[in-house]
Design a protein around this ligand. Structure first.
Ligand code: LHQ
Length: 263
């Protein structure tokens, strides 16, 4: 492992990123954003890293923005939070969604504010049974950001999205699973093991097809069925030209597990 505010490790084609300010429940500072962005640069540049696992150190996953960077005195000019989002959070969410590899999130503890929505931006979210998700924004006079107002209604429907955003109540992992906010709640002591095993199997998958799947799903909410069928045609054409597709069919016919190489 290297780095300090975000730890990086890799094994079996998986890049593991650990938010590492446990004493502040891994709340984001600018420096932490910069470290995370640098790790994502490195992952993007290395085709041998075929899946990403994001988790947090200590008892929390991420408590959102570090509010101690945001203290205002009476009479101070209010900070431009839009600028903070534009420079730091929005690029992060866009990168995770657009990354041409699957991203697994292991929510090891509380995920609040932008920390909750960072988790929801990932492709597959596992959470420890003891973890909770909190749209904490309204508790401090803000609106859900980092994609929250987009992810929530799509994942859990309008009624739950509205209540979660307006009340800022905490949602336990099992409830989050039952509502479809996340993929699975797992026993605390099994979380990392399960998330790593999932990430390893994704890293051994047909990486280009997995990336095309992300691309197709990203467009589906904005597309008509007609437009989506056209998109599927185009992306499937691309998938059909990969070596992994050839290998997948051969392996099936030869009744053996496929050996995908990510190309
Ligand atoms: C923290 C934080 C934190 C600093 C815990 N900051 N220290 C984007 C753009 C620009 C600006 C604004 O925001 C955004 C997006 C956002 O993310 S806004 C939402 C920001 N986050 C929050 O409002 C959540 C604040 N935290 C909490 O409500 C609680 O800490 C939760 C519910 C997450 C956990 O509660 P507990 O398990 O009771 O832990 P705790 O509150 O005792 O926290 C442990 C320590 O971590 C504590 O420090 P201390 O020195 O007393 O041990 C907290 O002050 C510190 N901490 N979150 N965001």
């Amino acid at each position: 492992m290297s780095g300090s505010l975000v730890l990086f490790a890799s094994a079996d084609g998986v890049a593991e990123l650990t938010l590492n300010r446990p004493e502040r429940l891994n709340a984001f500072t600018e420096a932490m954003h910069r470290e995370l962005a640098a790790h994502l640069d490195r992952i993007e540049a290395d085709p041998s890293l075929r899946a990403v696992l994001l988790t947090g150190a200590g008892r929390g996953f991420c408590a959102g923005q570090d509010l101690s960077e945001r203290v205002m005195g009476e009479g101070d000019v209010p900070p431009d939070l839009g600028d903070t989002l534009e420079r730091l959070y929005n690029p992060l969410v866009r990168r995770i969604r657009g990354l041409n590899r699957p991203v697994v999130c292991a929510v090891n503890g509380v995920a609040a504010g932008a920390g909750a929505n960072l988790a929801l931006a990932c492709d597959i979210v596992l959470a420890a049974r003891s973890a909770v998700f909190i749209q904490a924004f309204c508790r401090i006079g803000l609106i859900p950001d980092s994609g929250g107002t987009w992810f929530l209604p799509r994942l859990v429907g309008e009624a739950r999205a509205r209540a979660l955003a307006l009340l800022g109540e905490s949602v336990p992992a099992e409830q989050a699973e039952a509502w479809g906010l996340i993929w699975k709640a797992v026993d605390d002591d099994r979380l990392l093991e399960e998330a790593r095993s999932l990430a390893r199997s994704l890293a051994a998958g047909p990486t280009r097809a997995l990336s095309l799947i992300k691309q197709a799903l990203a467009s589906s909410w904005d597309n008509s069925l007609d437009a989506q069928l056209d998109l599927e045609r185009d992306l499937q054409r691309e998938a059909g030209r990969t070596a992994d597709y050839r290998e997948g069919v051969r392996a099936f016919l030869q009744k053996r597990p496929p050996r995908f190489e990510g190309r």
